[in-house]
Design a protein around this ligand. Sequence first.
Ligand code: TYD
Length: 203
Amino acid sequence: MARGRFISFEGIDGAGKSTQHAWVVDRLRQSGHTVVATREPGGTPLGEKLRALLLAESMHLETEALLMFAARREHVAQVIQPALARGEWVVCDRFVDASFAYQGGGRGLDWKKLEDLTKWVLGDLQPDLTLIFDAPVEIAQKRLQAGTPNPDRFEQEHAAFFERVRAAYLRIARENPARVRVVDATRAPAEINKELEIIIATI
Ligand code: TYD
């Protein structure tokens, strides 16, 4: 059986990535694909417990990175690899690039340590396509303030943190042109949908 396709969604908080994630999942199901819609941190019962800790508790930046990768290890083993082996599509709201962007770019953790963890936890596994929803920090923060009554530990970060996260995402896009597409998230949702329709038809 053909291996399924794996798509990840990325972007700074407030870029509108989760809305587009839901839209793409529906669109793929309408076209007859079996789709596993999932997210990180999380995606498994244990991963969701780790997510609750990660979003609420202060911790050392390396603890944060290690817990992100611990949740990811479980997610890859329990959900992502089995679904791909069954020929299903996996559409994941954030994946490993978020660790490089947030723990690497945002918090300043050594990129090499993140590369080592990636090799350990993912081996050869990479998404077939990664969509980075990109918007200026000011716009994303306004959207976040309007739509998030109880911001979590990451959403409470200051603008300079998100500038570094955004810059790291754009670096990842430059370094991985075959896998990563940057989507201009400042446009109206209907405009973005049109572009996504074309992109997903090509993978
Ligand atoms: P997010 O997708 O923003 O959840 P929600 O849309 O429900 O708010 O993910 C939660 C946060 O986790 C987000 O602020 C980014 C952070 N994160 C990391 O810092 N590193 C990672 O590896 C992952 C997967 C997420």
